[in-house]
Design a protein around this ligand. Structure first.
Ligand code: GUN
Length: 287
């Protein structure tokens, strides 16, 4: 079997176009412009690239973009004061604090100081609780993007067996909650799981979010399964720097029914969903 390759880039372009059309209507008919504030502390090169891309795509969608770049030694008090200002600013509908934060800052404290209604990352403990109890929440962008692609590919996911490899708060746990919400039978596997290959082979839907290059190989995939690769790993191949996922695409795509590539799969969906969440936050703020 050769898998259908799910084109996340095209899918994300469609989401962004729908968001932009809605934003244009909001501006014309109600004079309201959604605004997203992104806070970056320090100079992590990967984070700087993400933040730049977020800013560009926010503007392209017709939203206002507010970037706050702070020195690596910014104090917790100063960062909390900035978030307090953004919480109170009526032009700001979404607030994102880029992670990881420098070690001297308590990430949980910082994230939980964001107004949950503006928490477009869905990381605030209130949003985590709302999602976990099936209530209306801000949903983390990467798992939301994965769910959208799965729904588009399959229609209903009800009754399917889903295995999420990875238990991070950003991807693994919310992904599992979303799949459960769509009536999948969900397993969360991780580094201590026994016979990971056998667990993965039980999956109709296999989501890899472990951060280890190409660790999910074709022999771990059930024939015909849908494989969603969340990993973005930089590796050296033939003397060149390359991006690869957590899935060994060459072997897995021979067994799977459908698979997301890296790059061009889940990645573009994350920012598209951030824009969608910012629009949602703006619509809720304006009733
Ligand atoms: N760092 C890596 N991914 C993310 C994300 O989705 N949100 C934030 N805030 N930081 C990140």
């Amino acid at each position: 079997m050769t898998a259908v390759v799910i084109d996340g880039k095209a899918f994300a372009a469609g989401v962004r176009a729908r968001v932009a059309a809605h934003v244009a209507r909001l501006r014309e008919e109600h004079g309201v412009q959604p605004g997203l504030a992104v806070v970056l502390v320090g100079q992590d090169p990967a984070s700087e690239v993400y933040v730049r891309n977020k800013g560009v795509q926010t503007l392209e969608a017709g939203m206002a973009s507010y970037e706050h770049k702070l020195a690596a030694d910014t104090s917790e008090v100063d960062l909390l004061a900035l978030i307090g200002q953004l919480n109170a600013d009526r032009a700001v509908h979404g607030i994102l604090v880029q992670l990881p934060l420098p070690g001297h800052l308590n990430a949980d404290l910082i994230i939980n100081s964001i107004d949950p209604a503006k928490d477009v990352d869905g990381f605030h403990i209130s949003n985590v609780g709302l999602l976990g109890t099936g209530q209306k929440a801000m949903v983390p962008c990467t798992p939301l993007g994965c769910l959208m692609m799965l729904r588009a590919h399959h229609g209903s996911l009800a009754g399917m067996s889903a295995v999420v490899v990875g238990r991070s708060n950003i991807v693994g746990k919310p992904m599992a909650q979303l799949l459960l919400g769509d009536s999948c039978t969900v397993t969360i596997a991780h580094s201590r799981t026994r016979d990971l290959a056998a667990v993965c082979r039980g999956a109709d839907i296999l989501v890899a979010a472990v951060g280890r290059a190409e660790m999910i190989t074709g022999d771990m995939v059930k024939p015909g399964a849908t494989v969603i690769d969340v990993g973005i790993n930089r590796v050296a191949r033939d003397g060149k720097a390359r991006l690869v996922g957590d899935v060994d695409f060459a072997s897995a795509s021979k067994v799977a029914g459908a698979i997301t590539p890296v790059p061009g799969g889940v990645g573009p969906m994350t920012i598209a969903c951030l824009l969608a969440n910012t629009l949602t936050a703006c619509c809720r703020a304006h009733g």
